[in-house]
Design a protein around this ligand. Structure first.
Ligand code: DX5
Ligand code: ZN
Length: 219
């Protein structure tokens, strides 16, 4: 069944505790944490300090999407703060294979993300080392952007590679996923959909229905 990963990037930070509890009551599967450094992407968000705080109020898995340079330096801090999954961008890593091994040794699930222009052929060499492959369907940095169509073809390709090489990673799709695009994403092969503005744009009492609608739609 499809998993939903609401991104708190679009949450109301003045009500963060209520926003996170709405993720739990909606029956979504994990909390997506968009970490931005103002260097790899033109925006800055939050870091381990905030994550340590919110770790106290939920048992949901924390899916950290590191849009930062030098993720190897910061990854242990995110693990210590309570992240269960660490995703790095292929574009930041000269030695991606080594980075994935480093993350594995930290005892967390490992993920690779790619920007919209990045090809995925390299995946055949590292696909056995990752638990998650996160396809960016917008240029990273901001919530509320439009889905970039070419992501659909990439989802299919990443699924084909998984089948061909017998890999086990889950395919996650991040950016512009909403009521208009979600079925295309799921049909192409997405296992996890990240949702920021669409999920948090709904009043909290409508989020459960949104999640069950998506899960049942193409179950
Ligand atoms: C963008 C982030 C996304 C973003 C998605 O850099 O990685 O996770 O929050 O937001 P929406 O769903 O609004 O496109
Ligand atoms: Zn993200």
């Amino acid at each position: 069944m499809i998993k939903i990963a609401p991104s708190i990037l679009s949450a109301d930070f003045l009500k963060l505790e209520e926003e996170i509890s709405s993720i739990e009551t909606s029956s979504a599967d994990m909390v997506h944490l968009d970490i931005m450094d103002g260097n790899f992407v033109p925006n800055i968000t939050f870091g381990p300090m905030i994550i340590k705080q919110i770790r106290k109020i939920t048992k949901l898995p924390f899916d950290a999407h590191l849009m930062i340079k030098n993720p190897v330096f910061f990854a242990p801090l995110f693990v210590e703060a309570g992240c269960d999954m660490i995703t790095v961008h292929a574009e930041t890593e000269i030695h991606l294979h080594r980075t994935l091994q480093f993350l594995k040794d930290l005892g967390v699930k490992t993920g690779i993300s790619v920007n919209p222009h990045t090809s995925v052929d390299f995946l055949k060499y590292v696909g056995h080392m990752c638990d998650l492959f996160l396809i960016m369907s917008v240029n990273p940095g901001f919530g509320g952007q439009n889905y970039i169509k070419s992501a659909t073809e990439k989802i299919k390709k990443v699924k084909e590679i998984r089948e061909k090489y017998n890999f086990n990673y889950e395919i996650s799709v991040d950016g512009g996923v909403n009521d208009k695009t979600v079925s295309e994403v799921i049909k192409a092969g997405g296992d996890i959909v990240v949702m920021g503005s669409y999920f948090f744009g709904k009043p909290p009492d409508e989020r459960k229905e949104l999640v069950s609608h998506i899960k049942n739609q193409l179950a």
